[in-house]
Design a protein around this ligand. Structure first.
Ligand code: ADP
Length: 247
């Protein structure tokens, strides 16, 4: 039986009298790729901010593998394995791609490289960083300044630095936004690859990407869940069509 890795109940966030997220329940199964979709202003970003602890909830609970994480700070939530990759660039443009990943690995949750003292661990750090770059198709770009990478490669590097934290649950915020068709194809393949052995929850506007990649979809509108199921199930739901057409 599939296990629920992330269980959200009654998640609510008010801004004054306005509820940006209003009583959201989510059950994310171990190993799935799950999409959170909905029209602009639906509450997707706020939901992500609540899940990662970057914004406190007004009410509701979030459990990661049965342990309550709501109320914990971002760092402690990341240490427990729920990590977010940012839509806005979080990489250091003046570092090479390799050094960005090495830096992220040094902050890693499970890695224990004693970078400053041991030659051996320096080799280990380099090998691990090169391994991650290789996984994301970036080995030829290792020595390139991150700020000079083409856009799609930069986004792949962001995913690499996130993976350096060894997340069990990876939250991806619009991983294909601003990309042309070729980069979208490449990033979609990468997500499929990095999802092996972990759980992915993604906010994504590109519906063909969602259809091709995600086992299950939750649709938000005006802060509430209006549909959940497979892509085909939710796409045929009149409430979803109405929310997208803004009727
Ligand atoms: P989405 O990501 O689905 O486009 P958001 O989560 O960004 O939606 O926003 C949901 C609603 O909450 C929007 O109406 C937005 O204006 C509002 N909102 C988000 N953050 C704040 C804030 N810090 N203060 C007030 N309103 C906010």
């Amino acid at each position: 039986m599939t296990q629920t890795v992330l269980e959200v109940r009654g998640l609510t966030r008010r801004f004054g009298a306005f509820k940006a997220v209003d009583g959201v329940d989510l059950d994310i199964a171990e190993g799935e790729i799950h999409a959170l979709i909905g029209p602009n202003g639906a509450g997707k970003t706020t939901c992500f901010n609540l899940l990662t602890g970057s914004l406190p909830a007004s009410s509701g609970t979030i459990r990661l593998r049965g342990e309550t994480i709501s109320g914990l700070g971002m760092d402690r939530i990341a240490q427990r394995g729920l990590v977010r990759s940012y839509q806005i660039s979080s990489i250091f443009p003046d570092f090479t791609a390799l050094n960005n990943v090495r830096f992220a690995l040094q902050q890693g949750r499970r890695t224990n490289f004693d970078f400053w003292r041991s030659e051996l661990s320096l080799t280990g750090l380099n090998d691990a960083a090169m391994g991650l770059l290789d996984d994301l198709g970036l080995s030829d770009w290792a020595e390139v300044r991150a700020g000079d990478l083409p856009y799609g490669r930069k986004r792949a590097l962001e995913i690499a630095t996130t993976l350096a934290l060894d997340p069990q649950v990876l939250l991806l915020d619009e991983p294909t936004s601003g990309m042309g068709r070729e980069d979208i194809g490449r990033v979609t393949d990468l997500i499929r690859k990095v999802a092996a052995g972990r759980t992915v929850v993604m906010v994504e506007h590109n519906l063909p990407v969602v259809k091709g990649l995600c086992e299950r979809v939750t649709v938000l509108a005006r802060g509430q869940v209006i549909a959940r199921g497979t892509y085909d199930e939710v796409a045929g739901d009149p409430r979803v069509v109405e929310a997208y057409l803004g009727k």
